[in-house]
Every structure is written in C-alpha cells, then in structure tokens.
Design a protein around this ligand. Structure first.
Ligand SMILES: [Zn+2]
Length: 279
C-alpha cells in the first residue's frame, strides 16, 4: 500500500467517463449473470479435484504470528460484518497498484529489493504488484474450482495517471460496487518497520457483510477508518493486505522451488474465507 495514493486529491469525474464505465460494467454484469446460471458447483472435497492435490501441506492458520502470512496487523480494528450476502455474490478480484507503476503510488518494492539490493522480479513493476498479480490469478482460478462467482479485473496499462480514467481499478470498483459486486484488491504490505501486517481494510461505502467478516477472521482487521478512510475503500474496495513483503514469506515466494506452492497456499486462504463468507 502506498499512502500517497490515498491522500491525493481526485479530479471530478467527467460525464463521458461515467457513461463509458457504465457500459463496460453492463457488459461484464451480463457475462457474470450468465456464468452464474451455467456454473456447476463442484464438491471441493472431491478426490478427483486437481486443485486439492496442489494445496496439500499448506501451513495451518495460527495466531498471533501465522506461519504463512506472518503477523496480523499491529493496528487492529473492531468492526463486525453482519450483512448477509447471496451465495452467488459476484466477486471481482483486483491486483493493488496494477495501474500506478512509475508513479508515487506504485506499491512496496519489498525487503529483498529495497534493503538487500536484489533484482526486481520484473523490471516493469514493483515486486508488490508482481506478487499481487500472481495471487490474483490463483484466487480466481481456485475460487472458480470451488464454485465461486468470481472474476478478475486487470487494467490495460500499468500506468494510468488519471485516477478517474474508466479503466482504473478505482473507477471499475466504484461502478461495480454500486451494482452490489464484492470488490477485493490484493496487496502485500511494506516490510517492517514500515508495514503493519496482514488484514482487511474493508469498504466504507456500504454496510459490512459476512464476506468482510470471514476475511477479517482469516487475515485480521484493520480499523475501518484506517488513515482517515483510504481512496480504495471509499470506492467500495476491500483492501486485503496478505502479509508484509519480507522474510520468511518473501523468501518462499522468491525461491522458484517453493513459489507456486506458496502462491497457491495464499490463494487458498483467500478462497476459503470467501467460500465461508458466502455460505
Ligand atoms: Zn499495496
């Protein structure tokens, strides 16, 4: 998470931007509704489900320091999500900072790059975004295999300077949240002492629901008004800080031998919380 992003003053949305975003959403809503009807609800405990074999040996959730995620946020909130949701709640997964590379709000470079002078995972983006994309993809893939009505959104460019451009995460979130979709944006927090730890910074434009509650139980809870209310949550985004981008988590992600398993285990934590949240 990069704080400059949240505190920037936003320009007024133009009429054309609203029209374009509405049309885009209409098209996506149609696709989502259709998939909903067609979607088979597989039994996650099926022995034949190939996703299950990949998810063996994932570390079990633990408090206060989680063997996979690291510590929960050191600044905890007390909110409770009680609003019920439909089992087929449309869920949109975004990658944090996907449209703000080469800007002040590009995300954390992580401990390895920033402190150890390691090469970035991808020269085109901060390491946080590299991992945000990996987890985003895995959450949608595993989520679909578990029967969730879940899609991803990825902006067409890594750098979109106008926040009100209809293609940004923020613009898409504002429109889709207004339609009742659940918007989840994947982030990794900065390393210590800058980072806080894992947890959900929930949306502040709607009542908190059972999906927020489930993610809060699995990952921890930031205060609802964290930093005075961030730009994403104001537009309906639930910001999920997976964990701080430091060891041991960062080493497990960077090691090619443990990378896929680690990403899948992180995604499994997210999916499990989403499944519980809509059940
Ligand atoms: Zn971030």
């Amino acid at each position: 998470m990069n704080l400059l992003r949240w505190t920037q003053c936003r320009r007024t949305t133009t009429f054309l931007a609203i029209v374009f975003a509405s049309l885009t959403t209409l098209a996506i809503t149609g696709a989502t509704a259709q998939r909903n009807w067609l979607q088979k609800q597989p039994d996650a405990s099926e022995k034949g489900n190939p996703e299950n074999s990949k998810l063996k040996n994932c570390p079990q959730q633990a408090q206060p320091t989680d063997p996979l995620l690291g510590p929960r946020t050191r600044d905890p909130g007390r909110w409770v999500g009680r609003q019920p949701v439909q089992p087929n709640l449309p869920i949109v997964v975004m990658a944090g900072h996907a449209d703000s590379q080469a800007m002040a709000s590009a995300g954390t470079p992580g401990f390895a790059v920033d402190v150890r002078n390691a090469a970035p995972m991808d020269a085109l983006m901060r390491d946080e975004l590299f991992w945000n994309f990996k987890v985003q993809e895995a959450v949608v893939r595993i989520g679909r295999s578990r029967g969730l009505n879940i899609i991803s959104y990825r902006p067409p460019s890594l750098t979109i300077r106008n926040d009100n451009d209809p293609r940004t995460n923020w613009s898409q979130a504002r429109v889709r949240s207004a339609k009742g979709h659940y918007i989840l944006e994947i982030h990794f927090d900065a390393y210590r002492p800058h980072g806080f730890g894992s947890g959900l910074i929930p949306a502040i434009n709607r009542p908190l629901n059972t999906v927020d509650e489930s993610l809060g139980r699995a990952f921890g809870r930031f205060p609802r008004n964290f930093r005075g209310g961030l730009g994403g949550p104001r537009r309906g985004i639930g910001i999920l800080e997976i964990g701080m981008l430091e060891d041991p988590l960062e080493a497990q992600l960077r090691n090619p031998k443990t990378r896929t398993q680690t990403v899948n285990c992180l995604a499994e934590r997210v999916v499990e919380a989403l499944v519980r949240g809509v059940s």
